[in-house]
Design a binder for this molecule. Structure first.
Ligand code: LLP
Length: 415
């Protein structure tokens, strides 16, 4: 459930009509609902109940510091993949001792900074990362907390670009190799093995692949324990899907029940790293129709947002619902390709959408709170959109619209 609903014929975000936001802040812009965001985070936290746990929101999904701050206030942990994300969490008032650091290519300066801030755990994905961490921790006289990200080789049944748990994917360490690397890590003087980690993909709509992955992780944990290598936490990654159209992903409670059923009696702390399921349906992209154009085969609705603002349709062929802010009945309906101004055939937000439109109308692209702004770019020298957060009837600008001067502010002419 989210807080984007029609009232008196106008789509509202919480208590605010989206038309008022367009009026005040212009378009395109991202609009988020605080109540929705918090509700989704609480759903995960509550699902894990009394079991010791930490919900580590995946910062990459939406990394605006106002969003991170709201989650930090709830006591959230964070899953980061770069020093940039770490600095965002710190700027947002996040607690470094609740941060886990994932990623296949962590640079030395990134590991050093994370060690200095005292993060909760390094999710190690490459054997040599252990050696780097051991050396850097030794130089600082600290112990680096590590878990290995295991690649369980299960098919997450999702889009190939966002599937990460197959042996052909670059992520994680194969089970047999992980055993070898755990033995090595356990012997390193400046490392402390604290957990095990896996993340098999994103936008999963069934619990089965999670359970299959958990089975393989638990089998490895048993072997490690047999060798005296204690694993205190299980980090099960993120990946729970959301409804964009007609998907029916398990609710966090259902997902957690299945995990607990498989785990039985246990003494692990459970970490999870949801991104999309927290932020996805808490945001929309608000855009205005510039022109209608038709040729012999197609009707096009040309809007002021484009693939640089929201890349998912162009990159993955992702389907996101597009709805009018103020539905009308006074014009004919057509099947429109909703496209942006960028010079690429792949620049579309939706195809074949049955809509009644007049230039100037506002449209909302739904489910855009995750992997929306965070994947935006300046392609075609387009300043990135503003971000707005609504809390009840209060409207906050949480990122100002970029201006053109900023686009080339760091560029230099030759002497
Ligand atoms: N943990 C790790 C290690 C990850 O790599 C990811 C996402 C997450 C957690 C969060 O997964 P989530 O709960 O959001 O599914 N840009 C793509 C999604 C890429 C996901 C990458 N990793 C999209 O727009 O669909």
């Amino acid at each position: 459930m989210d807080h984007f609903n029609y009232r008196d014929g106008i789509l509202h975000v919480e208590d605010v009509p989206l038309s008022a936001i367009a009026e005040q802040h212009g378009t395109p812009c991202y609009v988020y609902s605080r109540a929705t965001l918090e509700r989704h985070w609480h759903a995960f936290d509550a699902a894990l109940g009394d079991c010791p746990h930490l919900v580590c929101y995946a910062v990459k999904a939406n990394s605006n510091i106002a969003i991170l701050n709201l989650l930090a206030r709830l006591g959230s942990g964070f899953d980061i993949v770069s020093v940039g994300e770490l600095e965002r969490v710190l700027a947002a008032g996040g607690d470094p001792s609740r941060v886990v650091f994932s990623g296949v290519g962590k640079r030395e300066d990134e590991l050093a900074r994370a060690l200095d801030t005292g993060i909760r755990c390094f999710n190690v994905e490459v054997a040599e990362e252990l050696d780097r961490l051991d050396r850097l921790a030794g130089e600082r006289g600290v112990k680096a907390p590590v878990s290995l990200r295991v690649n369980p080789d299960v098919d997450a049944g999702t889009h190939p670009y966002i599937s990460t748990g197959l042996s052909e994917n670059k992520f994680g360490i194969e089970v047999e190799e992980a055993l070898v690397q755990y033995r090595r890590a356990a012997r390193m003087p400046n490392l402390e093995v604290v957990g095990i980690d896996c993340h098999i993909g994103s936008q999963l709509t069934s619990s089965m692949p999670f359970i299959d992955a958990l089975d393989r992780v638990l089998a490895l944990v048993a072997r490690l324990r047999g060798e005296g290598i204690a694993i205190r936490h299980l980090d099960l990654g993120g990946g729970l899907g959301i409804r964009y159209r007609d998907e029916d992903p398990p609710h966090p409670t259902e997902y957690a029940e299945q995990l607990f059923r498989r785990l039985g009696r246990h003494d692990f702390e459970i970490l999870i790293e949801p991104g999309r399921a927290v932020a996805g349906n808490a945001g929309i992209l608000l855009t205005r129709l510039e022109y209608l154009k038709a040729n012999q085969t197609k009707h096009f609705a040309i809007v002021d947002a484009a693939m640089n603002d929201l890349l998912r349709p162009a990159l993955y062929g992702a389907w996101q619902e597009i709805v009018p802010v103020a539905p009308r009945n006074d014009v004919e309906s057509h099947s429109y390709d909703v496209v942006g101004p960028v010079c690429e055939t792949g620049d579309f937000l939706g195809k074949s959408r049955e809509l009644r439109l007049v230039p100037g109308d506002l449209l909302a692209v739904r489910s855009a709170g995750a992997y929306g702004f965070s994947m935006s770019s300046n392609y075609n020298s387009r300043p990135r959109p503003a971000e707005i957060l609504v809390d009840g009837s209060a409207v906050y600008l949480i990122r100002e619209r970029e201006n053109v001067a900023r686009l080339f502010a760091g560029e230099r002419l030759l002497p």
